[in-house]
Ligand binder design. Structure first.
Ligand code: GAR
Length: 186
């Protein structure tokens, strides 16, 4: 199997969906390591439940972003990680990580990019009043949600209901990310 690390800052439902797809035999991948910048995030509990090692490093404990990413790279090398899968990792990736893993970092974003990049894409879409939004899987470059698109799926906005819209988007994310990774990493 292809060795991956999943990076997450929050709940980790996408991480969980990937791990469950692996366990169902749908993805020939092994999650060697979960990396988080938020040591208290729920993704840590999820990883522990699957007995997957966690690297939890607070960026503020490092003098520079380059130092922070260098520490991550050291761990990724130790686990022979080949691909980095961002799943709700709310931080820009710098040149240090991009150079260490060229064309080997992917991200999922809860909108039809290039619409609504950055934070709270679902809130941005509802605020704008679009009727259809969606999910994008893309390669990561130095920009904010700007890299080449790998896969997209549309999701209808539930009028005036953020929670229902968010639920529908998450559901689609879990399906689309698994499918895209299967295509990409086979
Ligand atoms: C997901 O909706 C993901 O698309 C989004 O964060 C959420 C994480 O959920 N990512 C971004 O907005 C990146 N710009 P999860 O922790 O339950 O997987």
């Amino acid at each position: 199997p292809t060795k991956i690390a999943v990076f997450a800052s929050g709940s980790g439902s996408n991480f969980q969906a990937i791990q469950e797809a692996i366990e169902r035999g749908e993805l020939n991948v092994k999650v060697e390591l979960v990396v988080t910048d938020k040591p208290g995030a729920f993704v840590v509990t999820r990883a522990e439940n699957f007995s997957i090692p966690v690297l939890a490093l607070s960026p503020k404990e490092f003098a520079t972003k380059a130092d922070y990413e260098t520490a991550i790279i050291e761990a990724l090398r130790k686990y022979d990680v080949e691909w980095i899968v961002l799943a709700g990792y709310m931080r820009l990736i710098s040149e240090v990580l991009l150079t260490a893993f060229p064309q080997r970092i992917v991200n999922i974003h809860p909108s039809l990019l290039p619409a609504f990049p950055g934070k709270d894409a679902i809130g941005q879409a509802m605020e704008h009043g679009v009727k259809i939004t969606g999910v994008t899987v893309h390669f990561v470059d130095e920009g904010m949600d700007t890299g080449p698109i790998i896969a997209q799926a549309a999701v209808s906005v539930v009028d005036g209901d953020r929670e229902a819209t968010e639920t529908a988007i998450h559901k689609e994310e879990h399906v689309l990310y698994t499918k895209a990774l299967q295509q990409l990493l086979k």
